[in-house]
Structures are given as C-alpha cells and as structure tokens.
Design a protein around this ligand. Structure first.
Ligand SMILES: Nc1ncnc2c1ncn2[C@@H]1O[C@H](COP(=O)(O)OP(=O)(O)OP(=O)(O)O)[C@@H](O)[C@H]1O
Ligand SMILES: O=c1ccn([C@@H]2O[C@H](COP(=O)(O)O)[C@@H](O)[C@H]2O)c(=O)[nH]1
Length: 235
C-alpha cells in the first residue's frame, strides 16, 4: 500500500444516498466494506464525516437561529453520522471508535491526538466527530486539522465527484479533470473543491490531498494502493 496512515473525509451529503436527508443504510454499508478492505490490509484509518445530510450552520439563519447556534447544530450532526458509521463498521466485524472534539462522554470519548494515535496503532478505525469544535469552520477544515495532528500520510476526500475539474463539474458538464495538480494552481484557478482554510492548512503542513469518488466500490482500495484514481494535489 502507498499510504500507511490516512485521514479519510467523507461527505455527509453522500450518506443520505438517494434521499435528500438522513442516513442510507446502503451507503453506510458500502462505505464500511470499503474501509474494511484497507483496514484489513493494515492501513491505519482516521475518519472525519460531514453533516450536510442533517444540518449546515448556514441553514440556521433561514430558521431564525444565529450562526453560532446553527454551527453547533451542524457539529452535532457530524456526531450523529460518526455514530452511524461506527455501528456500520462494527457490523462488518471491525474495531471502531468515535472520539468527539466536543466533550460529550459517554456518546464518544473526548478527542486528543494521543488517544487517536493509540487507537490507530491498536488497529481501531478512529472516527473523529464534532468538527473542530468551533463555529465558522467546516468538516473539511476538521479533516485537514486532524490529518495533520495524527500525522497522516494523506488526506483522502471521498466525495460524489471523481476528482478536481477546471470548473465545477456539476455546473459545467464540459469541465476537464486533472490527474494531478499543485496547490498553487488550485489557488490560481480559483477552484473550490474544498474550503480555503482547509486547503491552506494542508499546504502549509505538507499534507497532500486526493479527491476521489467514494461511491464507486473499490475506489478507496485503489487510491490507497497508489493507483491513478481521482486527483492528487501536491506541492
Ligand atoms: N473544480 C471543481 N472540481 C470538482 N468539484 C468541484 C469543483 N468546484 C466545486 N466542486 C463541487 O465540490 C463538491 C464536492 O464536495 P462535497 O460535496 O463532498 O463537499 P462537502 O460540502 O464538504 O460535503 P459535506 O458537507 O456534505 O460533507 C461537489 O458538489 C462539486 O460539485
Ligand atoms: O469545525 C466545524 C465543522 C462543522 N461546523 C458546522 O457543521 C456543519 C456541517 O459540516 P459540513 O462540513 O458542512 O458538512 C457546517 O455547515 C457548520 O455549520 C462547524 O461549525 N465547525
């Protein structure tokens, strides 16, 4: 395997499957079996999941909540998704542990780098819920932060597009995909596959990123093996 320790960012929105909202047992099962393939091969797997299938902070304003309350609701949504994935992983026979960046034991253990690395070294898949614990951030930033903290070899952004394009492929069907791209070029072209805070954290701390389609079974194994799947972002 090319990567020994990874931080996998999963899209909350994708967890809804064909629905617009909530959790699809089919998607959870499919993600869990892809994760089992690589964890079974000895790869250490840390995971951060989004919350877009349940709540995003920006929706708070439309409903009369202030931004901070809305963001706190969004962070709690990521904990719900983390617990769902933990259960799906255990159903696949894996050891999995939710750590939360907001203290809420016994829902999950309170996150620290040492705890996460200790569980990883003992063969657990570690899911870090609760975002960064701060409002005005996203789970992409949480994934970048935790990836750097746990000294992952790479941040794998598993999403519903199959890589980075020269324009948003959901709006521009004629857009062309990059196999590899530098951090500098992503800035220069103004590409928005990830928020800039997350992107800058990765660049400044030397954490490469691979964006790939997590909804095609087998892709996670291919990426971790180093096959040319998705788009690699490097210095
Ligand atoms: N240049 C680009 N190349 C590829 N995708 C792009 C680009 N610009 C914007 N996108 C969009 O980025 C999105 C992928 O991010 P994704 O939805 O996984 O992120 P997210 O908002 O972090 O997820 P969630 O909040 O649900 O966890 C796609 O919807 C895609 O349309
Ligand atoms: O560090 C963080 C992470 C997330 N939030 C809030 O949660 C939602 C859901 O996360 P997504 O990354 O959009 O999936 C997000 O919209 C924020 O409201 C946060 O405040 N801080």
């Amino acid at each position: 395997m090319k990567y020994k320790r990874i931080l996998l960012k999963l899209s909350g929105e994708s967890l809804a499957g064909d629905g617009e909202y909530g959790l699809s047992a089919g998607v959870l099962g499919s993600y869990a079996s892809q994760i089992r393939e690589i964890a079974g091969a000895g790869v250490e797997v840390g995971i951060v999941i989004g919350g877009g299938n349940i709540f995003r902070g920006m929706q708070g304003a439309e409903r009369g909540f202030d931004r901070v309350k809305g963001d706190q609701m969004g962070m709690l949504a990521t904990v719900i998704n983390s617990l769902a994935l933990e259960s799906a992983l255990r159903a696949e026979g894996m050891q999995a542990k939710v750590l939360t960046s907001i203290c809420m034991e016994p829902v999950g253990e309170y996150y620290s780098k040492d705890k996460a690395v200790d569980y990883l070294s003992r063969g657990y898949v570690v899911i870090i819920g609760g975002g960064t614990s701060n409002p005005y951030f996203t789970t992409d930033s949480a994934a970048a932060l935790r990836g750097i903290e746990i000294e992952a070899d790479v941040l794998l952004k598993g999403t519903r597009v199959d890589g980075i394009y020269d324009a948003d492929p959901e709006k521009h069907p004629e857009a062309r995909k990059f196999g590899e791209i530098t951090f500098g070029e992503v800035y220069a072209r103004g590409l928005r596959i990830m928020d800039l805070t997350a992107f800058t954290l990765c660049r400044e701390n030397g954490l490469p990123i691979v964006v790939f389609d997590m909804d095609t079974p087998g892709n996670l194994r291919r990426v971790v093996r180093g096959e040319a799947i998705g788009t690699l972002v490097r210095e």
